[in-house]
Design a protein around this ligand. Structure first.
Ligand code: NDP
Length: 445
C-alpha cells in the first residue's frame, strides 16, 4: 500500500524539478550543494590530494522492500544502470506477489579476522598450539573485549569467539608445510569494521604470542599477518521477489516466454564461467553504484561478493550470484540474491564527506543491515533487468540509446542539441561518432 505516484515520470523531469520532488519528499530544501565536498576536506581524507572528482549521482525512486518505500541513490559513470534498476523496481513494486522485494539479514554484523601463525615442526607443534589456544579461548575473548574493543563491547558487540584453523598449503613442498590461522569473530555493530577488527587482531596476536612464548613449543611459532578477511560470510543479506509469469509480458513476448528465456540465460551463467563473470558484473553494477553513493568500501563488497560466488557450488566453481527458478505450482518466477555485505553507517569517512550525510538521509538513515538488504535488492533488480533485455531484444537497443548522449558529448555536440542528436542516431539506428558528426554537419549547413 505504498503510494509511489509522486515519483511517476521522474526521469522526464528537469534537474530543478527533480530537486523539487526530493525537497518535498525530505521536507527540507535540497540542492546540488548537499552533495558537494570542498578540496580542503578532501585533502584531509587521502594522501597527495589534488582535488575532488565529480561523478553523476541519480536515484532509483521506487524501491519497495519489506513493504517500505526507499529512494536509493546511485553514483556511476555508466548510462543505463539507473534506468534498468528503476524499471525493474517499478515492476516489482507494482506486479510482484508481495508488491515489492522481501529481504532479510543475518542476526549480527560479525566480521572475521585472521591471525596467521607459522609453525616449525608442524606435525608435532600444531596440535599443541591448537590445544593451547582452545583452552584459553574464553580468556582471549574477554581480554579483547575489555582492552582492545571496549567501546564496541559496551554497545553490544565485540569479539564473540575465536577458532584455530589448520591451513594446508595448496602444494606441499619442503618449504611449504601446514600452518595455523586463528579466526577471530567480532560483532562490529554499525561499522564496516575493517579497522576495528584489524586493531583487535594485532593486539590479540601479541598476547597469544607472549603466552605461547612461556611454553616449551612457543619458540617454534611465529606470528605472520594479522588482518580481516573480506569474505564476511557471517554478515549476509538476502533479497527475493516472486512475480506471476503473466506479469512478465514484455516487448510483445508473453510472460511465460520471457520467464523461460530468462532462465535459459541464467542457466548459461551456471554452466559457463565466462558468462558467470559478466552476469555477476551486472549484479555489481547496481551494488557498486549504491555503495559509492553511500561512502561504502565497494572494493571490499566486490571482493567478498565474488569470493562468495565461488563458495556456492559444491565443486567451488564460480557461480552466478543471483538465483532464478520457476515455481510451477504457483506459476511465478522467483529471483533471489544473497551476499556477504560488510557495510557501515558509522566510522570510515562517512562523517567526513557531507554528501554521504545527504545520501544516508535520503534513504531514511537505515541501519547497516538494512543497507545490506537494499544492496541485494538493487543487485537483483539490475541483474534481472539485464537478463530480461538480453533474453528478449538484446542489450544494445536500450543501452546504446542511453550511451548515445555520451557519444554525442564526446563529438562536441552542444548540450541544448543533445536530444536532437540522440533522436538522429536512433532514426539512423547508428550510435557512433561518425553519426554524431553527420548530425552536426547537417545542423551547420
Ligand atoms: P573505523 O575505524 O572508523 O571504526 C568505526 C568507528 O565508528 C569507531 O570509531 C567507532 O567508535 C565508531 N562508532 C560509533 N558508533 C558506532 C556503532 N554504533 N557501531 C560501530 N561503530 C561505531 O571504521 P571501520 O572499522 O568500520 O573500518 C572501515 C574502514 O576501513 C573503511 O574506510 C575501509 O575502507 C577501511 N579498510 C578496509 C580494509 C579491507 O577491507 N581489507 C583494510 C583496512 C581498512 P569506537 O572506536 O568508540 O568503537
Amino acid at each position: 500500500n505504498v503510494d509511489l505516484s509522486k515519483w511517476s515520470g521522474y526521469h522526464q523531469k528537469s534537474m530543478e524539478e527533480r530537486y523539487e520532488v526530493l525537497s518535498d519528499y525530505l521536507k527540507s530544501k535540497v540542492s546540488q550543494r548537499d552533495l558537494e565536498m570542498d578540496s580542503a576536506t578532501a585533502n584531509e581524507m587521502i594522501e597527495n590530494c589534488i582535488g575532488v572528482l565529480g561523478l553523476p549521482i541519480g536515484i532509483v525512486p521506487t524501491l519497495v522492500m519489506n513493504n517500505k518505500h526507499y529512494v536509493v541513490p546511485l553514483a556511476t559513470e555508466e548510462p543505463s544502470i539507473i534506468a534498468a534498476c528503476s524499471s525493474i523496481c517499478k515492476l516489482i513494486s507494482s506486479s510482484a506477489t508481495h508488491k515489492g522485494f522481501v529481504a532479510v539479514s543475518t542476526d549480527k554484523n560479525v566480521m572475521i579476522g585472521q591471525i596467521q601463525l607459522l609453525v616449525q615442526d608442524p606435525l608435532e607443534t600444531i596440535p599443541k598450539v591448537v590445544h593451547f589456544i582452545h583452552d584459553k579461548r574464553q580468556e582471549y575473548v574477554d581480554t579483547a573485549n575489555a582492552h582492545f574493543c571496549e567501546s564496541m563491547h559496551k554497545r553490544g558487540g565485540g569479539v564473540v569467539d575465536l577458532v584455530c584453523k589448520i591451513i594446508e598449503p595448496k602444494a606441499m613442498t619442503e618449504k611449504r608445510s601446514p600452518y595455523l590461522c586463528v579466526h577471530v569473530y567480532m560483532d562490529v555493530c554499525e561499522a564496516m569494521g575493517a579497522n576495528a577488527i584489524n586493531h583487535v587482531c594485532e593486539n590479540l596476536s601479541d598476547l597469544i604470542f607472549a603466552d605461547l612464548s612461556t611454553t616449551d613449543f612457543g619458540s617454534r611459532v611465529r606470528v605472520g599477518i594479522r588482518i580481516l578477511s573480506n569474505l564476511s560470510i557471517y554478515r549476509r543479506s538476502k533479497a527475493a521477489f516472486r512475480i506471476p509469469l503473466r506479469n512478465l509480458a514484455w516487448k510483445g513476448a508473453d510472460g511465460k516466454e520471457v520467464a523461460s528465456k530468462i532462465l535459459d540465460a541464467y542457466h548459461f551463467a551456471c554452466d559457463d564461467v565466462f558468462r558467470a563473470c559478466t552476469h555477476n558484473k551486472g549484479v555489481m553494477n547496481g551494488i557498486d553504484s549504491v555503495c559509492i553513493a553511500l561512502g561504502q568500501d565497494y572494493r571490499a563488497i566486490e571482493a567478498s561478493a565474488h569470493a562468495f560466488a565461488s563458495l556456492k557450488d559444491r565443486d567451488r566453481a564460480y557461480q552466478p550470484m543471483t538465483h532464478y527458478t520457476i515455481d510451477e505450482k504457483t506459476q511465478e518466477l522467483v529471483g533471489e540474491l544473497e551476499l556477504p555485505v560488510a557495510v557501515g553507517t558509522k566510522g570510515g569517512s562517512l562523517q567526513t564527506h557531507p554528501g554521504y550525510r545527504f545520501t544516508h538521509q535520503l534513504l531514511g538513515n537505515p541501519s547497516a543491515k538494512t543497507i545490506g538488504e537494499i544492496l541485494c535488492c538493487i543487485g537483483l533488480a539490475q541483474n534481472f533487468g539485464a537478463l530480461r533485455a538480453l533474453a528478449t531484444e538484446g542489450i544494445q537497443a536500450g543501452h546504446m540509446r542511453l550511451q548515445a548522449r555520451n557519444i554525442a558529448l564526446a563529438a562536441k555536440v552542444p548540450i541544448p542539441n543533445l536530444s536532437s542528436c540522440v533522436n538522429f542516431m536512433i532514426s539512423k539506428n547508428s550510435f557512433d561518432t561518425k553519426t554524431a558528426l553527420e548530425f552536426l554537419a547537417q545542423k551547420q549547413s
